[in-house]
Design a protein around this ligand. Structure first.
Ligand code: DC
Length: 222
């Protein structure tokens, strides 16, 4: 496969996008772009600077003076807020919920759009998020929409948190996931939608490698 394809993977929280996207990118020797990390980086800056996310003026000012960028170090993409490596610090549930909230603000999305397109300009990329195939890369070569039942997504998130040593009640994990689903699907700007020409994969009863194999087959044969 000599072409430098742009492959997008959209889907709701907990559908397995990150694991699958990273594995697919590894399989094809492509760059993996986790766009959720950019929104999480904005949320991190908001918390760090103690800004109210509802105060649009302060948020705009914050975005203007904050440098958010990705750096490829030894094949791993790290995310920086100014000069701070926040790659690990942004992986909390609280930052995820706040990221979902700030991601509904149009000027936040506009600011992050150019960063995403810049990373993808050479192709050979698997880009994961909520608006990849619909808004950021409408001309992508292959678009996937990865979904799973709510029960399965809550179960995965619960196990993930437990593995990290974060104790959460099951119903709290379910509540947060449903809030995030609603925020991501109902926002006016670039809501989570199935792109028109996407391959839909329901991963409820599939393993990560089964999903990746299915995607590789589609890329090689269609
Ligand atoms: O995929 P994630 O959990 O890291 O994403 C965090 C939030 O960022 C998600 O709830 C919505 C927002 N997001 C977005 O609006 N558009 C994207 N392309 C990626 C993430």
């Amino acid at each position: 496969m000599g072409e430098k394809l742009v492959i997008t993977i959209d889907g709701p929280s907990g559908a397995g996008k990150s694991t699958v996207s990273r594995a697919l990118a590894g399989r094809l020797s492509y760059i993996y772009l986790d766009t959720g990390a950019l929104y999480r980086a904005v949320a991190y800056a908001v918390v760090k600077e103690r800004i109210s996310p509802g105060d649009k003026g302060c948020l705009l000012n914050l975005l203007r003076r904050t440098k958010i960028f990705l750096r490829n170090t030894d094949g791993r993409v790290k995310i920086f807020v100014n000069d701070e490596d926040v790659t690990e610090k942004i992986k909390t549930e609280e930052i995820g919920l706040l990221a979902s909230k700030v991601s509904a603000i149009p000027f936040v999305r506009e600011t992050l759009l150019s960063i995403q397109r810049e990373v993808a300009k050479g192709g050979s990329i698997v880009a994961e998020g909520r608006d990849m195939g619909t808004v950021v890369f409408p001309d992508a070569d292959y678009k996937f929409f990865l979904d799973a039942s709510v029960e399965e997504r809550v179960r995965r998130r619960y196990n993930e948190l437990e593995a990290k040593g974060t104790r959460r009640e099951y119903h709290e994990v379910e509540r947060d996931l449903l809030i995030r689903d609603r925020q991501d699907r109902e926002r006016k700007t670039a809501p989570l939608r199935v792109p028109q020409d996407a391959f839909i994969i329901d991963s409820t009863d599939m393993t990560v490698s089964e999903v990746v194999e299915k995607m590789v087959t589609i890329v090689h044969t269609t």
